[in-house]
Ligand binder design. Sequence first.
Ligand SMILES: N[C@@H](CCC(=O)N[C@@H](CS)C(=O)NCC(=O)O)C(=O)O
Length: 293
Amino acid sequence: MTDEKAWTPPKVWVWNKESGGQFASINRPIAGATHEKELPVGKHPMQLYSLATPNGVKATVMLEELLAAGHAGAEYDAWLISIQDGDQFGSGFTAINPNSKIPALVDRSGPAPVRVFESGSILLHLADKFGAFIPAAGPARTETLNWLFWQMGSAPYLGGGFGHFYAYAPEKFEYPINRFAMEVKRQLDVLDRQLGAHRFVAGDEYTIADMAIFPWYGALAAGMVYGAAEFLSTHEYENVLRWTAEIYARPAVKRGAMVNRRWGDLSGQLHERHDASDFETKTQDRLAPAENA
Ligand SMILES: N[C@@H](CCC(=O)N[C@@H](CS)C(=O)NCC(=O)O)C(=O)O
């Protein structure tokens, strides 16, 4: 490593608004709302405010899986939150998630609305509410929670660490890329060994742990995030790839991945979802083919 970029931190950090990174325009060191904006509310018990990033997809996949399993109470409206445009800093959004990050859910099925933020909390809330995709008790439930929390603790190294410095930082810096590439490969190996011994992450059953982990580590291994599959030699993680293929083949996963998606194939983008039929009638190739051509 050269020391060309060596920098001595000042005594007191000051916010450099011109940092140049891909998210420089939306990242800021202050919490709270920047503007007044109420959130829309639809007709279904579950109101989701999100975007189809790996964290957002966890929630939409879970809701689609619940509906596919016959839990009608999981019917939902999915509203688009454009994080590039700062929607997460609107007053309505910060009231349901003071951390200003998607996904956020409001469960309106009971006498008073319940706000649920953090994707892991959303998965657990829905799993417990419907008694689905999590074992009811005992060691199998604990193992599911072990892996759910493993994901919540590990993914910031992948997204905020590796992904940020490899894909989003204004320049490529050797030290952080090496540091986080090593950590992410170690995490992939942890997962690969577990999936070498079990069909799904927490054992024989498909659970919320799989739903939390595949949008990050499965997508990374399959080359769908950060374009880093070759760099990280993800072909080495054969069990992760086998599991990823099985999960992506699930119809509910395919549907969930389309919701609140604003990039990629037009036929795979359902900007908002308010009815099961929207997958057939409201994807971008049908709504605005000319506008998007
Ligand atoms: N730990 C949170 C992380 C959520 C998160 O980082 N969301 C990102 C998109 S993937 C976001 O909303 N970023 C907007 C921002 O940082 O202002 C979770 O799992 O829900």
